[in-house]
Ligand binder design. Structure first.
Ligand SMILES: [Zn+2]
Length: 313
């Protein structure tokens, strides 16, 4: 009885149908959900929380499938579409890149094929173009859907390492850029007596959380002596513009540290990584800005660039 209700519920939610007693989604392989149903009903005394868990699994399964379907369709167009890239999105040099030149990977989060390109001039690897082509709102929506299913690992250790590279001192102001809705590194550093703030565009305003801003205008009212980020640089749609904005938040002689393993072609299996700053391409991140590269640190997969803002003349 309950089994049939669950199936009816699923059929209502998605494009499901039942064939030979097996729950199928159109043009999809047999869904994992069917195993879950069997698993649930083998249990004679399923509790309320079993059912809640089950429905959560179902919802995620449906969300993941809708992501896969979306990018499957986009990929079909990508195959036919003779894409030509005429300008490097980082150094802006004129280039002629075609589909055949793509460096390919696959998104483990349902985003399908990832075709990226390397700029012959600055050596940055950029793409997939299907993500770079999204508008700001569309990209935001991608993140919202992604984070409704997947969560990030704990990166406190790398964040603290990046902070240390600022050579911080008490009484100065610091910013964790792209901190997440709440950041353990901010919590730890506050408890140590540092004056530290966070910026996270997707964070929800929370009265208990006055240290994290989601509004750029509020951020602009403060000047910082140091800014650090971890696993942010590779997500930025316009890295140079973003650095210009951050540079304006810095006091003269202020320091920025940006840590990411994407100074190499690592963690390429997610569509959300838009740039891999290989070789000298990181020079172009700060092109035309009052920032100089003061150092580059590599310790295994922990890699960080240190930029310093010029002093006022
Ligand atoms: Zn380039």
């Amino acid at each position: 009885m309950i089994k049939s209700i669950v199936k009816k519920y699923l059929i209502k939610l998605g494009n499901f149908y039942i064939k030979n007693g097996i729950l199928l989604q159109e043009k999809q392989k047999l869904l994992v959900v069917d195993d879950t149903i069997n698993e649930l009903f083998v249990k004679k005394f399923a509790t309320k929380s079993d059912y809640y868990d089950f429905f959560d699994k179902m919802k995620n399964e449906i969300r993941i499938n809708s992501i896969k379907n979306k990018w499957f369709i986009v990929d079909q167009f990508e195959k036919i579409y003779k894409r030509k890239v005429k300008k490097c999105p980082l150094c802006e040099c004129d280039i002629t890149i075609k589909n055949n030149d793509a460096i390919t990977s696959r998104c483990i989060f349902g985003g399908g094929m990832l075709n990226r390109f390397q700029c012959p001039e600055c050596k940055v690897i950029f793409g997939p173009m299907k993500m770079l082509d999204l508008t700001d709102d569309e990209l935001k929506e991608e993140y919202n859907i992604h984070y409704s299913i997947f969560s990030e690992g704990d990166s406190t250790e790398s964040e603290l390492k990046a902070f240390e590279l600022l050579k911080p001192s008490f009484g100065k102001k610091y910013l964790n850029y792209g901190s997440g809705a709440w950041s353990k590194s901010i919590e730890i550093l506050l408890s140590q007596g540092y004056d530290i703030y966070g910026y996270e565009p997707s964070s929800v305003i929370n009265s208990l959380n006055k240290r994290i801003f989601n509004d750029r205008r509020k951020l602009q009212s403060i000047k910082f002596d140091g800014i650090y980020s971890n696993n942010v640089l590779e997500h930025l749609r316009y890295p140079n513009e973003e650095m210009r904005y951050l540079s304006n938040l810095l006091n003269p002689n202020g320091v920025m540290v940006h840590a990411t393993p994407c100074f190499e072609y690592l963690y390429e299996y997610t569509r959300f990584h838009l740039f891999f700053f290989l070789e000298n391409s990181r020079e172009y991140i700060i092109r035309g800005l009052d920032l100089v590269e003061e150092g580059f640190v590599k310790d295994g997969e922990f890699m960080a660039v240190i930029y310093r803002k010029g002093e006022l003349i």
